[in-house]
Write a protein that binds this ligand. Structure first.
Ligand code: AMP
Ligand code: MG
Length: 483
């Protein structure tokens, strides 16, 4: 099959960070989706993985060659409150060494109880796992750092939630699953050696450019701040709402992880929240940058003893590193906004131009994705300006801004087309596909959706069924955690 599994996490980190545990076999594992292109980049044989043997591996009934299954320990702040957690339903099989040399965690999500399951059953539902597969693969196609999804198998067993649902296991692929919460776990145990080992390991694995000289732990923190600022800017630019930005769901690698109640925004509104449990809008679209910074402050607190033995010095160093987040985020966001608006050089008023467009969207209830897509088609934008006086005023400013740059229109349009997706995973399309899959066992809508989402920059083919926003007046969209 092509497995080449290594185990540096288990070998190089103390036992505090992991527990050996075997997946619990399931009744009747069947491959529902296999991501063949991803299998290939991992050096795995997609045909072999589609067999019963593959289903047995993805269902946790058989271990791939060289696997050493563990559950990872971590803590985290959930909605602001500290808790000890750990993989309650995820089991790491090992780190696949891909043909290009990359080291990628292979993890089964929904593989049965672990020492960290608390009252949970260790299982996952088919709809939720297909949802993670669809959205994570869409994020990947959009060029946003993310964990990937290799396979979903149905288990032939029910899981009991508010309703009885079909069980499933997702095979997740990620640069690693080291979280802000992993550092909080070490800090909570007041185990300095473990904390230092974790920081060294994380630095070697994800930031090999940072050497041992100077203040390597502070340099690691700096680099994490930089990657998170870039990541959350990318989320904002495509209208992605993670939904549960607890510190245990923030990866040190800078990838998007733990797809639960996430969803893409339709009409632009910074207060947009989809998660049924986020009553106060803590994780609303507009709050994501501030929450990322809050999570990084928790990371800084956990790492504090590593920065300097004198607490006061350590706090000063951490504070000035933290303070870079806002300007780094703004720079990434502004660069992205310029690209979305076709602005090829910088002008001082570009921020105001972008914000005034967003304000117009909010007031008029305009669809976020499609407004930018409309701007990428000069004819469409002109027509919209004829219909709407408020938009016309903004449009005139934008057109004269574009005319001040020497590049030909074709170059501007190409730039915008490469930054304004033609399709995103629209909530109503995702739900449609999941309903067919879970209620009728019909995977055709999921297959079609995956195919469309794999080419978000294809502006040539019109795919109105996938690019139209939901019909106005429909029920408000809600997402659910932990299913
Ligand atoms: P999440 O909200 O998915 O990030 O999960 C938060 C914590 O709950 C993690 O420690 C998970 O491992 C755990 N968890 C979620 N669902 C289950 C389940 N069905 N069984 C056991 N643990 C779970
Ligand atoms: Mg989580």
């Amino acid at each position: 099959m092509g497995w080449r599994l290594a185990h540096t996490y288990a070998e190089q980190l103390p036992g505090l960070f992991h527990s050996p545990v075997s997946p619990t076999p399931v009744r009747h594992p069947q491959v529902v989706v296999l991501n063949a292109p991803l299998a290939e980049t991992l050096g795995l044989d997609a045909d072999a993985l589609s067999s019963d043997e593959g289903a047995a591996i993805f269902g946790g009934n058989a271990l791939p060659d060289g696997a050493r299954p563990i559950a990872q320990a971590y803590a985290g702040h959930q909605f602001g409150h500290f808790a000890t957690l750990g993989d309650g339903r995820a089991i790491l099989l090992g780190e696949q060494i891909a043909p290009d040399g990359r080291r990628l965690d292979i993890q089964l999500k929904g593989a049965g109880p672990t020492p960290y399951s608390r009252r949970g059953d260790g299982r996952a539902a088919l709809g939720a796992m297909l949802r993670e597969l669809i959205i994570s693969e869409a994020m990947h196609a959009l060029g946003i750092p993310t964990s990937r999804s290799l396979a979903v198998v149905s288990t032939g067993e029910p899981v009991y939630r508010e309703r009885t649902l079909a069980g499933a296991v997702l095979t997740r692929v990620a640069a690693s699953h080291i979280r802000v919460g992993t550092f909080e776990w070490a800090a909570a145990h007041r185990d300095h050696a473990a904390l230092a080992a974790l920081a060294d390991y994380t630095r070697r694995r994800h930031y090999p450019g940072i050497g041992d000289a100077g203040r390597p732990h502070l340099a690691l923190f700096d680099a994490v701040v930089e990657r998170q600022a870039a990541l959350v800017a990318r989320w904002q630019l495509v209208g992605f709402i993670h939904g549960v930005m607890n510190t245990d769901n923030m990866a040190l690698s800078g990838e998007t992880i733990d797809y639960g109640p996430c969803a893409f925004m339709d009409a632009y509104d910074p207060a947009t929240v989809f998660s049924s449990i986020d009553h106060n809008g803590r994780y609303a679209y507009g709050n994501q940058p501030a929450i990322a910074q809050w999570n990084l402050a928790r990371l800084a607190e956990a790492m504090l003893p590593l920065f300097d033995p004198r607490q006061e010095t350590a706090i000063e160093l951490a504070t000035s590193a933290m303070d870079r987040f806002a300007s780094l985020f703004h720079r990434h966001w502004m660069d992205g906004m310029r690209a979305k608006l076709g602005l090829l050089a910088e002008e001082a008023d570009d921020g105001a131009l972008a914000n005034d467009l967003l304000e117009w969207m909010q007031r008029s209830g305009a669809d976020y994705t499609n407004t930018f897509r409309m701007l990428s088609r000069p004819g469409d934008a002109g027509q919209a300006a004829v219909r709407d006086a408020a938009f016309a005023a903004w449009h005139t400013r934008w057109r004269s801004r574009l005319q001040r740059q020497p590049q030909p229109e074709a170059e501007v349009v190409a730039r915008m087309g490469a930054h304004n997706p033609a399709v995103i995973p629209r909530n109503h399309k995702v739900e449609e596909a999941l309903a067919a899959a879970t209620e009728a066992g019909d995977m055709s809508a999921t297959a079609r959706l995956l195919e469309v989402l794999a080419s978000p920059w294809d502006h040539e083919r019109d795919r109105p069924a996938f690019s139209s926003p939901p019909v106005p007046g429909g029920p408000a969209y809600q997402t659910f955690c932990g299913t």
